[in-house]
Design a protein around this ligand. Structure first.
Ligand code: TRP
Length: 335
């Protein structure tokens, strides 16, 4: 039986942080080791262009995502790692799918709706203010990424599920129109453990809240950030509720089960916040110090290794892309 395709992309919009690690990078690395699947992972640089217009930043953030993936254990021998912008077929398919995607479906997409809502709240007269067509049709480009590679499984965070459903809908419209299975129907694969990662202030860890812990920050910065995590004002000796504590939530993401249980007991017994944070820093640094070294080595060697990996990934992805486009073109009658 042919291997099922598992595919995911990460949009390069900033330094990868702990939320990205637990929600996207780590689960995708783990899944890439399943024997029965062929993994295609890519840097969604053209998706980032909807909001990021600084050339240096776009190129730097793209490299950082690739380096992060590899530093955290992705094996480029097993996984086809590539840049979206290196696959021209994505953009050809993007147009074709646009002709199958009902406009109303785009109106209901979360990212667009959020922009409209923000404009409403700010009493903007134009509810589409600040919305470019790239943002509006974002889900179509994403459907092209997914369907092009005949993807069966898409590991993503909960916020992306709607996009995968849109891709599936569009694939079905297409298959039905031409009465053949041109596209495999994709499904989201959600990592429950990493559902919501709290940031320094206790809200969801997100670049837009400025509350992130960058994965590859130097140890001293990591320590400072941990010390800044919001806590309540309970004193040493006073019992603390682990389930209401950001410090605890972050600890359990990176510690072993036994460590987490001991940490929970310490909270109930009234561990001082300073001590709790010292321990959190210890486990974080233990997990991140190895990857941090590999990450900087990859970025510092003139990015040669990194560029080679991406350059080698592109033709492998394109081979699959071209096979799909052949079927698509035949189906629509532009062979
Ligand atoms: N939208 C995803 C993000 O914000 C990135 C992405 C682009 C993606 N294309 C994809 C994810 C296809 C999964 C599959 O990070």
């Amino acid at each position: 039986m042919a291997q099922q395709v598992i595919l995911t992309g990460i949009k390069p919009t900033g330094m990868p942080h702990l939320g990205n690690l637990v929600g996207a990078i780590q689960p995708s690395v783990d899944l890439s080791y399943s024997q029965d699947k062929q993994a295609f992972y890519f840097i969604a640089d053209y998706h980032a262009l909807t909001g990021l217009k600084d050339a240096k930043e776009l190129s730097q953030y793209s490299r950082q995502i690739a380096a992060a993936w590899i530093a955290l254990g992705l094996d480029p021998e097993r996984v086809v790692l590539y840049r979206q912008s290196d696959i021209p077929e994505v953009f050809e398919l993007n147009w074709i799918l646009a002709c199958f995607a009902p406009k109303g479906l785009m109106n209901r997409a979360h990212a667009y709706k959020a922009s409209v809502q923000k404009n409403q709240e700010n009493e903007e007269s134009d509810l589409d203010a600040g919305v470019n067509m790239g943002l509006y049709t974002y889900p179509i480009l994403m459907a092209a990424d997914i369907l092009l590679m005949q993807t069966r499984w898409v590991p993503v965070g909960g916020d992306q599920v709607q996009h995968i459903e849109i891709a599936r809908d569009v694939a079905q419209y297409f298959n039905r129109q031409y009465q053949r299975e041109v596209f495999t129907l994709p499904e989201a694969l959600i990592d429950e453990a990493g559902a919501v990662i709290p940031g320094l202030d206790g809200r969801k860890m997100s670049k837009s809240y400025g509350n992130t812990i960058p994965i590859f920050a130097p140890a001293t910065t990591l320590q400072k950030l941990v010390m800044r995590i919001a806590t309540d004002s309970s004193r040493p000796g006073e019992p603390k509720d682990p389930d209401k504590s950001t410090v605890f939530q972050l600890y359990r993401l990176v510690a072993t089960e036994a460590e987490t249980e001991a940490y929970r007991q310490a909270f109930l017994a009234g561990i001082a916040w300073k001590e709790a944070k010292d321990q959190l820093y210890e486990v974080l640094n233990r997990k991140l110090s190895g990857p941090r070294e590999r990450y900087h080595a990859l970025l510092d060697d003139g990015a040669e290794t990194l560029d080679r990996i991406l350059v080698e990934g592109a033709p492998k992805a394109r081979a699959v892309a071209q096979a799909t486009m052949k079927k698509v073109r035949k189906a629509i009658g532009v062979e």
